[in-house]
Design a protein around this ligand. Sequence first.
Ligand SMILES: [Zn+2]
Length: 145
Amino acid sequence: MFVVRGRASGPPAAVTAGVHGDEYEGVAAVGDLTNALDPVTLRGTLILVPVANPTAFAAGTRTNPEDGANLARSFPGDPDGTPTERLAAKLFTAVGGNVATTAYLHCDACDTSQPLAADTAAARSAAATVTEYRWKSATATHRGR
Ligand SMILES: [Zn+2]
């Protein structure tokens, strides 16, 4: 997780990728965004989570191999629950509790045969589609796939 604080004040926001471990475009897009950010010109704070589900990412699987659960369907999580529910609870508290808006990057047509080999940063960013905005709310639910 990266936290970039802008010099000027502004609303906090977050960008999260890698909720599904087999969706590489969003992970690359968050990396590109992290490198491109300039705290001098940034207003507010941006939290960047390139890999929200590291166990699934390491395995290259959509779901968490520890329990087979889909992180996108596990929010807000349970600190005493399954491995995926515990991860969801940590993310929900660490990220969702500190920002007004979170953009979740998912990929609907991932080419996992060559995830990051030849495409450009712009193409990767375009491929990572923002499928959901979650506005801060105590009752907000995650409707990801
Ligand atoms: Zn996804």
